[in-house]
Design a protein around this ligand. Structure first.
Ligand code: UD1
Length: 342
């Protein structure tokens, strides 16, 4: 075995952090990205951390003629981690076809390219969005909870991709899959050389907070203060992106070590729920920066509260997301300061 791992979406937020952790763990990688939602500068950031340029092919995974070139150039791929996908919930409602084409076709192509190979190991980026609003008493939510009808085309593509992978495991004897359901990834690499780079106005909470603290936005709007939670704001499970990246290394180790079932599913979260207000206050505490905010109407489609039962990943992958929230928020702030030259 060559130890070569293909990383699609390698210039993306989670992809770039995972490339760094894979290389640190001794893997050879080959990155793929079409820069639809990222820039080549991310590769420079990765090189600065690692001290060398990773093998990389610019290709669109949803276009077979483009994607297959990667396998021609690197015939020794043993496992693929598939990050490449669109991920904006609101945008997906307006552009469902683009989401179906990109998110579904890229996975169809990947399975097609992997199914005839000796090693057909695929790690898939899924999301806690597949659970929808957890039932009363179902929190923390475990992998055995039933999934709910998706509220957006984005969420639907995650569910459909999981199903496509299950069907492929049944049909093709070499295909082995680890589906990872991420909760809310936040933060940036401690070097501040890579991090989250939202295009336009950030839709996600932490980039909006750091941009507000940096003076790019007037104030944060906290969507809803009258939810059925202790402080009235929504609750999520915020996981440090570097901890999340390390879980991918463990998943690849396990697959290449021929451990486990042919289709495995893990929640990746901290196991702790944090409210929007708690997160805002923790940001202010660790950075000492003022953060103007106001309460605004609820955001349509928001889940009230969800956090992970991550005990399966803790036990089977031997992994735990244990970076303190304050340190994670500080890493996000350091990254924002770096890119704004503050
Ligand atoms: C959602 C999806 C997640 C998906 C992600 C991609 C769920 C449970 N989660 O995350 O699967 O990968 O989108 O974008 O469906 N908030 C504010 N003000 C803001 C921004 C956010 O108050 O300006 C609040 C939201 O109302 C929410 C929390 O912050 O309560 C987190 O929001 P966000 O960062 O957008 O993530 P999710 O919506 O949880």
């Amino acid at each position: 075995m060559s130890n070569r791992v293909l990383v699609t979406g390698a210039a993306g937020y989670i992809g770039s952090h995972t490339v760094v952790e894979l290389v640190k763990a001794g893997y050879e990688v080959v990155g793929v990205d079409d820069f639809a939602n990222s820039t080549p500068d991310v590769l420079k950031g990765i090189s600065s951390i690692l001290g060398f340029e990773i093998p990389f092919v610019e290709a669109d995974c949803s276009d077979m003629s483009s994607f297959s070139r990667v396998f021609e150039a690197y015939p020794d791929i043993d496992a693929a981690i598939h990050f490449a996908a669109f991920k904006a919930v609101g945008e997906s409602v307006l552009k469902p076809v683009e989401y179906f084409r990109n998110n579904l076709m890229s996975l169809v192509n990947l399975i097609d390219l992997m199914r005839s190979r000796e090693s057909g190991n695929i790690v898939f980026s899924s999301s806690c969005t597949v659970y929808g609003e957890p039932d009363e008493g179902a929190l923390p939510i475990s992998e055995t909870a039933r999934t709910k009808p998706a509220l957006s085309p984005y969420g639907r593509t995650k569910q459909m991709c999981e199903d496509m992978l299950k069907d492929s495991v049944r049909a093709y004897g070499n295909i082995k899959v680890t589906a990872l359901r991420y909760f809310n990834p936040i933060g940036a690499h401690p070097s501040a050389l890579i991090g989250e780079l939202p295009v336009g106005v950030p839709q996600n909470l932490v980039p909006y907070i750091t941009q507000t603290a940096a003076g790019l936005r007037k104030e944060l709007s906290i969507f809803g203060d009258d939810y059925d939670t202790p402080d009235g704001t929504c609750i999520r499970d915020y996981i440090y992106v570097c901890d999340l990246a390390k879980a991918h290394v463990r998943a690849v180790d396990r697959m290449l070590g021929a451990d486990g079932e042919r289709y495995e599913l893990f929640n990746l979260g901290t196991g702790t729920g944090v409210s929007v207000l708690e997160l805002v206050n923790e940001f202010k505490r660790v950075t000492g920066v003022d953060l103007p905010y106001k309460f605004a109407p609820r955001r349509e489609g928001d889940i009230v509260k969800v956090w992970a039962d991550a005990s399966k990943a803790n036990k089977i992958l031997g992994w735990k997301a244990d970076t303190p929230l304050g340190d994670v928020l500080l890493s996000a702030w350091n990254w924002e300061k770096k890119i704004r030259n503050l």
